[in-house]
Design a protein around this ligand. Structure first.
Ligand SMILES: Nc1ncnc2c1ncn2[C@@H]1O[C@H](COP(=O)(O)OP(=O)(O)OP(=O)(O)O)[C@@H](O)[C@H]1O
Ligand SMILES: [Mg+2]
Length: 229
């Protein structure tokens, strides 16, 4: 990654887009405190990630592209365990609506091995949202969900942003991203190609045309289209 710098404000949803290998997952892993940046600083809800990692991590949730679960804990036990880790009081009152929102209430006593891929993803999301994070990072949150799951996930992202959460998500599903993002950052080979509101980034690569899709903008910006930027 080269000199990547950006700010996401509370209430904003930033779509991180770019070709395979552009550095989206690497960026999100740095933001989540999993890998240190080679230089520079990261601030999460006012906490410096290097100087105050616990303070920063209390405020954030990171959902990796492959959900990581505990083989021998049921759905309900996952939530109880995460609640203890984060010191969430009265977690059952929070867990039940989350399970309903994510359509897992009928699966509360099942183990991950008994869940489908999409259900595992939903369980990982329920675990990550239990401590009411103010900053949420999603790596490919819509991949693997069914159409109703995608709609609910979009609604859930928008509802949390409206409630003041700061959200960054990576996705290749650009037509879906267009419906949830207020801002877009385009990466290519570790470098920022464009960054701004969705409307401004679209305008930047539209050559005065109207109604150009984010997919076409992506192709133009990353060199996949013959149209000049
Ligand atoms: N653990 C690692 N060790 C070394 N290099 C890595 C590692 N993970 C990723 N990379 C490299 O870093 C670059 C960016 O990878 P990254 O996974 O961030 O891309 P991405 O934008 O998320 O791509 P995709 O759309 O395929 O998910 C790639 O060149 C990749 O080979
Ligand atoms: Mg990735």
């Amino acid at each position: 990654m080269r000199e990547l710098s950006f700010v996401v404000q509370p209430g904003h949803v930033l779509g991180l887009v770019g070709p395979n290998g552009a550095g989206k997952t690497t960026t999100l892993r740095c933001l989540a405190g999993i890998i240190p940046p080679s230089a520079g600083t990261l601030r999460i809800a006012g906490h410096d990630l290097a100087a105050d990692p616990v303070g920063a991590k209390r405020q954030l949730a990171f959902f990796p592209d492959e959900p990581r679960l505990f083989d021998y804990l049921t759905v309900r036990q996952h939530l109880a365990f995460v609640a203890r880790l984060y010191g969430v009081p009265d977690h059952e009152a929070l867990a039940q609506p989350l399970l309903e929102e994510l359509e897992l209430s009928g699966k509360a006593d099942q183990l991950p091995s008994e869940l489908s891929r999409g259900m595992k993803q939903k369980l990982a999301i329920a675990c990550g949202l239990l401590h009411s994070p103010r900053v949420i990072f999603f790596d490919e949150p819509l991949t693997g969900l069914d159409p109703l799951g995608i709609r609910r996930m979009k609604d859930s992202i928008l509802r949390r942003a409206r409630a003041g959460a700061t959200i960054v998500l990576s996705s290749h599903l650009l037509h879906l991203l267009e419906e949830v993002c207020s801002h877009v950052l385009i990466l290519k080979q570790g470098e920022k190609i464009a960054d701004g509101t969705l409307a401004n980034v679209v305008a930047q690569f539209s050559n005065g045309e109207t109604g150009v899709s984010l997919e076409e903008i992506f192709l133009r910006a990353t060199g996949g289209s013959t149209a000049a930027p």
